[in-house]
Design a protein around this ligand. Structure first.
Ligand code: F0G
Length: 458
């Protein structure tokens, strides 16, 4: 018999999680103003809010924690991380930051000004937030296939190169400080960008003399999809693929809380010395001295090891495989999800799941609340609430996809947990016709409202 798949690790330490009743959860979510971010984690059974900083570290990362050098300047942990970043990304210059949005803040302070245009593939919300905060504009050039969850396309994170060129032609070159390619594209469902597309975008950027940067939070998962889906890469190692795609850009920001396999951390890596020098000033102002950037020495050591572990194929096979295991169960139950499955999460198509809830009543948020009440699962709305209001008209923005994201923390849950999650979704799906009213907003922040929004049941 063909042997089934089994994870390339065993578990050394466990963390208990608590079950609760539907009655308790109905009460708790009401007290939390129907915002899942307001729930304390002991009220959640399986936490799929994010894959960011929620994974398990390896014994090699934990042992690195004991070796952390906490010197203010020039610590050995910094040098270890710098060597690893240079070796894995190929970029020469490196600045640590405390997380991804801090890297964005530092780099954008150096490069983006009022009135600028920053094209990309569905910028992540903090990225867009940092662009809009500077009164610049993010333009989404993702291919249209990304916005139809039923279309099978191996690289739904790709940039529409013609749309990008239209942006380059419409605006003067000095108004476009950079293009940002997010790998994998979180907003579109953890969807990868192909090497071919990265190459095409890079050559167009060179032609128009516009720098290409990566938002590389899930770069290793992106490399795994290139290896398994793109011609000519089957026999390359993940590390070779990573080196190749970064060679087409001028730099990157990363939230290391994802493919760095750590609970906290981020960095900027660059080729351009002038940009590095400018960014250095902001790094010191916002993050800390350039050899720690808001991180402990021990965090930098653990990150150095994490970057090496995350770029090994055995790890990625188990990681991406577990997400696909959940996705396949949901498809088996007839539940509409983004296909093919992404690298870090399953995105449930809320408008297809709950056709009775109009988008003005926040369809995806309604579904996320139902999943919590049914089984204590905490997912996250990636829809109208997250999309915020248009900065000029202050009207709600309705994004092309209205989803609930079930993000899977790395090396944390077992496939039994995946079966449980799938059963919870099936139960809600079976009674979807009874769910006929959504929610209204009673209080919201002017930007990034999803974290603190208060809702009431209609
Ligand atoms: N870029 C991408 C693609 C991200 O997914 C995130 C964070 C960031 C930047 C910002 O990084 O959180 O370290 O400041 N994404 C998390 C998520 C929060 O749940 O998807 P950060």
């Amino acid at each position: 018999m063909k042997l089934p798949y089994a994870e390339p690790f065993k578990i050394k330490m466990v963390e208990p999680i608590k079950k609760s009743t539907k009655e308790q959860r109905s009460q708790w979510i009401k007290e939390a103003d129907y915002n899942l971010f307001n729930l304390s984690s002991d009220k959640v059974f399986i936490d799929l809010l994010t894959d960011s900083g929620t994974g398990a570290m390896s014994q090699f990362q934990w042992s690195e924690m004991m070796l952390g050098d906490e010197s203010y300047a020039g610590s050995s942990s910094f040098l270890k991380l710098k060597e690893t970043v240079q070796r894995i990304t190929g970029f020469e210059y490196f600045l640590p930051t405390h997380q991804g949005r801090a890297a964005e803040n530092v780099l954008f302070s150096a490069l983006i000004k009022e009135g600028d245009i920053v094209p990309g593939n569905s910028h992540f919300d903090t990225t867009k937030g940092h662009i809009e905060y500077r009164k610049a504009k993010a333009i989404d050039c993702t291919i249209k296939e990304a916005f139809d969850t039923a279309i099978q396309h191996p690289f739904k994170g790709n940039i529409d190169v013609d749309a990008l060129e239209k942006v380059f032609k419409k605006y003067p070159n000095e108004k476009i400080p950079m293009v940002i390619v997010t790998i994998t594209c979180n907003t579109a469902g953890g969807q990868p960008v192909s090497m071919e597309n990265i190459k095409a975008v890079s050559s167009l950027c060179k032609q128009y003399k516009i720098p290409l940067y990566f938002d590389a939070a899930r770069f290793a998962e992106n490399a795994y999809f290139i290896k398994t889906r793109e011609d000519g890469y089957q026999n390359k190692t993940i590390k070779q693929i990573v080196k190749e795609f970064f060679s087409y850009g001028e730099g990157m920001t990363i939230s290391a809380k994802k493919d760095g396999l750590v609970n906290m951390g981020g960095f900027i890596a660059l080729n351009n010395e002038e940009v590095f020098k400018k960014a250095t000033v902001f790094n010191i102002m916002y993050e800390g001295f350039i050899t720690y950037g808001g991180l402990n020495g021990r965090d930098m050591g653990a990150l150095a090891v994490g970057l090496d572990e995350a770029t090994e194929v055995d790890y990625l096979e188990s990681r991406v495989g577990q997400v696909a295991f959940l996705g396949s169960k949901l498809v088996e139950y007839g539940i509409p999800v983004q296909q093919p499955f992404g690298g870090h999460a399953i995105f449930v198509d809320a408008t297809k799941f709950l056709p009775n809830i109009p988008r003005e009543q926040y369809t995806a948020q309604t579904l996320a609340i139902e999943l919590y009440i049914e089984g204590g699962i905490r997912g996250v709305e990636i829809g109208t609430i997250l999309a915020d209001r248009d900065p000029e008209t202050r009207e709600n923005r309705y994004p092309a996809l209205e989803s609930v994201r079930l993000a899977i923390p790395r090396r944390t849950y077992t496939n039994n947990h995946m079966e449980y999650i799938a059963a919870v979704l099936k139960n809600v799906f079976d009674k979807k016709s009874e769910i006929t009213t959504g929610y209204k907003i009673v209080e919201e922040a002017p930007i990034m409202r999803h974290f603190t929004v208060k809702l009431e049941k209609i």
